[in-house]
Design a binder for this molecule. Sequence first.
Ligand SMILES: Cc1cc2nc3c(=O)[nH]c(=O)nc-3n(C[C@H](O)[C@H](O)[C@H](O)COP(=O)(O)O)c2cc1C
Length: 214
Amino acid sequence: MVFEKRCSRVVGIGGTLRRSSSSLGAPRRALSAAEEAGAEVELFDLRELGLPMYEPGRALDDYGPEVRQFIEALREADALILSTAAYHGTLAGVTKNALDFTQFLARDERPYLAGRVVGLISTSGGERAAANTTDAMVHVVHALRGVVAPQIVTIGGARKRFDDEGNITDEGSGRRLDSLGRLVVEMAEGLGPDRGCGDRGSGDRRAEAVGVGV
Ligand SMILES: Cc1cc2nc3c(=O)[nH]c(=O)nc-3n(C[C@H](O)[C@H](O)[C@H](O)COP(=O)(O)O)c2cc1C
């Protein structure tokens, strides 16, 4: 179906501090599918964002406008696409540090990532580390009270599956990223507040979302 107006807000977080990062190119592709499915999307490139290390007790206003924007985007998100590189068998420090900033959402009505669906992606040099890494991210998302989307995209052997600009070239992986992008939109419409989008009632959308990925 074609949505009359944009419904869910899907926020992507990805990338390492490496230029042309594969873990940035992967969520870019997934978000593009989410946008085609009718969502409003925003991608935070962790290299560009340049977050300092999260410092307990430091006020949000002391971090600068980009960090405030990042937190506000997370607060408003219905769904997230979280993508990391595998570093030493788990998520990269830059990704974990970004997630530590959700501490600023701890006292919200929807604390941390509560009520948000989170699609997970990992890229790795070897074939296996990406899977271990997304396993670790499942625990992080559960600790943050998010709902892990039941499709997880792991892309091992990243060097041969992305081009020099960090765009996915492997069509099989690309299709899985498209499918993840669409899935988080469908699930967000079922879980999130009814924004009055499209021509169906929220009850219908909820019923459909329950069947997603089963
Ligand atoms: C510090 C560091 C640690 C890494 N550790 C692993 C690892 O444990 N297993 C693995 O398969 N690849 C590992 N890699 C390779 C990265 O996962 C791989 O190059 C990934 O695609 C990089 O993501 P990026 O393109 O977003 O920077 C490591 C790379 C770096 C720089």
